[in-house]
Design a protein around this ligand. Structure first.
Ligand code: PMT
Length: 430
């Protein structure tokens, strides 16, 4: 797969730079050639001599070096590669990339290249979760930059949480994915498989829009892509749960390890959900149409008269409310609804929590410019009876992973009410 491929590896200055040495070895043993560029800070962690010895190539460090430029100019170097990989990518280099700065050899190459870029972030957990970094990550994703990691775990600084650079073999897998069939963007984070914390639990997840037929060719729909619901199904399955995904029409592949039921209209989704009870938990991420056309035309409506036809609407069944308020024998122990709001997000979500009879609401901002419907990231609040957690903007895969971890924590505690915990950014291993 990597035989004959030319990788330009940019090493920036983080403690994880030592892992880049192994990455070079792993790439070379697969037949790739690796040229490296290092930032000044990277030279504090690994020496250009070690990098050059392992890569078998000269290392580029100085944009103003006359010898480097004479041998191969930075523009040529940036174009000569098939793929540019930044590992480790510090908060600083992500910020400079997002800004389009070119103030050293590394960032100049990154700005000058016309090849795909894959980055493996590595930084302190608080730096990773900082809104500024998340903004930069979002910007880079919009610019088409692919990400691998970061992983959760204990960090060199003693803190615990997301921010560890992906392991060299995970980066190799992500590089191979760049040359083969690309991973779907919403599942782009390559993480080590999480513990089987939901083994033995059955969870129903709804996802995507519903299509409410007007006539045989027309329907009412919305802009849901299914990315959030599918990512949740994948995250639950990765934790060992038996997942039944009931999805409206989307153009995503079925998540691996998930039983996927494809439906069109709200009433089909309603039936599929009830047919799959009992379950331990049910997560309603679908954007179900509130209304359908009262009487579906059996033939295509013709544009004949002067006045356009009037569509009379009827209310669809509320799947979330029906399952949350069903008899105790069938009701899942944990029922999680979503709330898509354009204003007063938390206040409306609290009202929805009460009116729908569910246990948690994941409230997301869907106002103008939020890009939540159809986009790759989401900013949510987890609203529960005992409090609200405000999560920073994250990729939908990260929202899914956090939610799956909260669900696992819920089931691991004996009491049915979950203690409010902050996102995993505790000091040390607690
Ligand atoms: O699919 P993506 O492009 O990734 O976008 C994700 C999303 C924005 C669709 C998702 O995160 C989300 O917010 N889903 C719920 C959207 C919605 O319909 O919200 P609502 O506030 O209108 O409905 C509240 C809850 O009731 C939802 O859990 C919904 O699934 C449920 N509902 C609504 C109507 C109905 N007839 N039956 C239901 O079960």
């Amino acid at each position: 797969m990597l035989k004959g491929k030319r990788i330009l590896l940019v090493i920036s200055g983080g403690i994880a730079a030592y892992k880049s040495l192994e990455l070079i070895r792993r790439l070379r043993e697969r037949g790739a050639s690796v040229r490296c560029a290092m930032t000044k800070a990277a030279e504090q962690f690994v020496t250009p001599l070690s990098v050059s010895s392992l890569s078998g190539e000269k290392v580029s460090t100085d944009i103003f070096s006359l010898t480097d430029e004479a041998e191969m100019g930075h523009i040529e170097l940036s174009r000569d590669a098939d793929l540019v990989v930044v590992a480790p990518a510090t908060a600083n280099i992500l910020a400079r990339m997002a800004q389009g700065l070119a103030d050293d050899m590394a960032t100049t190459l990154l700005l000058a290249t016309d090849k795909p870029i894959l980055v493996a972030p590595a930084m302190n957990v608080r730096m990773w979760l900082h809104p500024a970094t998340q903004r930069n990550v979002e910007q880079l994703k919009q610019d088409g930059v692919a990400f691998v990691g970061p992983n959760d775990g204990e960090m060199a600084c003693g803190e615990y949480g997301p921010g560890r650079m992906a392991e060299p073999l995970e980066i190799v897998a992500a590089i191979e994915a760049q040359f083969g069939k690309p991973l779907p963007k919403h599942l782009m984070l390559v993480q080590p498989p999480p513990a089987q914390s939901l083994k033995g639990r059955k969870v129903i997840v709804t996802s995507g829009p519903t299509h409410e037929p007007i006539d045989p060719v027309r329907y009412i729909a919305n802009r849901s892509s299914g990315k959030q619901g599918h990512a949740i199904a994948a995250a639950l399955a990765a934790r060992g749960a038996e997942v039944i995904l009931v999805t409206g029409p989307v153009s995503l592949p079925d998540p691996p390890g998930v039983k996927t039921i494809h439906v069109e209209a709200a009433r089909d989704m309603f039936s599929a959900c009830f047919l799959n009870l009992p379950a331990d938990a049910a997560i309603f991420a679908a954007a179900v149409a509130d209304w359908r056309v009262a009487v579906e035309a059996s033939q295509k409506l013709k544009k004949t008269s002067d006045t356009p036809p009037t569509l009379r609407l009827a209310e669809n069944p509320d799947i979330l409310r029906a399952i949350a308020t069903t008899d105790a024998k069938r009701r899942p122990t944990l029922v999680v609804g979503f709330a898509a709001e354009t204003e007063n997000v938390v206040a409306y979500a609290k009202k929805k929590l009460a009116s729908k009879g569910c246990d948690w609401i994941v409230a997301n901002h869907v106002g103008e410019g939020s890009d939540t419907f159809g986009g790759d990231s989401n900013r949510v609040h987890l609203v529960r009876q005992d409090g609200v957690e405000d999560w920073p903007r994250m990729s939908k895969a990260e929202v899914a992973a956090q939610l799956a971890d909260r669900i696992a924590a819920f089931f691991s505690e004996s009491a049915p009410v979950v203690k409010l915990t902050k996102p995993k950014i505790s000091k040390g291993r607690s």
